[in-house]
Write a new protein. Structure first.
Length: 255
């Protein structure tokens, strides 16, 4: 599998495994099945309303118009909506174990999700992603036209082995960092990405990256070296834990 190394602005090296044509087609296949199922359900609902309801011609036209609008939203909005709210994944991508990210290694935002999927209709030409497949074969990062325009990549998710060792620090520790809430979401995402990918990073680069992020976080939060664990990765784990716990505490209750 092709690996991609991204150097972040913080001089941290992140490694990702690029998703190939095969895994991306697995994702598209399931997503298309889901879309087809939604169209079928939508069709039977509209057919039932028209067949069983005592509708005038005007009301029947409204049913057809609403059906057409919902079908349009399914076709154009399915991929973009899921990638926005599922952080770069659709049901098919989650099943295939792949995710869309920015070229910088960061999660995509709404603009990038919408942009890359508006170009999907061109990638489809002349039939079943013909243009998209050719484009992916002609570049080393397996990017289709939508990826080039939006500045995105499709990569494999972290393995179960990585997820299992995401946190090595014990639940009970003498260290506490309440100031972790001052970190931005982008800074926390950088730390979490490093922790999730660290097993794929060469030991020397891994150590240097952990040291750089630790220095950045320490300066940002005003934490001196004597107030943190001697192991940089343990420190980063504790900061992320503290950020998550305190974020949950201040989150408004759901209604």
């Amino acid at each position: 599998m092709d690996k991609l190394t991204i150097d972040t602005p913080e001089q941290v090296h992140l490694e990702f495994v690029l998703a190939g044509i095969g895994s991306r087609f697995m994702a598209v296949f399931l997503d298309m099945l889901i879309q087809t199922a939604l169209y079928v359900v939508l069709f039977f609902i509209a057919f039932g309303l028209l067949a069983l309801g005592d509708f005038s011609k005007t009301r029947s036209m409204w049913v057809i118009a609403i059906w057409s609008f919902v079908a349009f939203c399914i076709y154009w909005g399915y991929y973009a909506a899921f990638e926005i709210f599922w952080q770069g994944q659709t049901p098919g991508k989650r099943w295939a174990g792949i995710r869309v990210i920015k070229e910088s290694g960061r999660p995509i935002n709404a603009f990038e999700a919408i942009t890359r999927n508006l170009l999907r209709v061109i990638d489809w030409l002349p039939g079943f992603y013909g243009f998209g497949v050719v484009t992916m074969m002609l570049n080393k990062k397996n990017r289709r036209l939508g990826d080039f325009v939006a500045g995105t990549l499709v990569v494999h998710e972290s393995s179960d082995r990585e997820s299992a060792v995401f946190f090595n620090t014990p639940d009970s520790t003498p260290y506490a960092f309440p100031q972790a809430t001052r970190l931005s979401l982008q800074e926390v995402e950088l730390i979490e990405t490093f922790l999730a990918r660290r097993l794929d990073i060469p030991p020397e680069v891994r150590s240097q990256s952990a040291a750089r992020i630790t220095e950045m976080v320490s300066v940002r939060l005003g934490i001196d070296s004597g107030s943190r664990p001697p192991d940089n990765e343990n420190f980063l784990e504790l900061v992320v834990k503290e950020f998550r716990n305190r974020a949950r505490m201040v989150s408004p209750p759901r209604t």
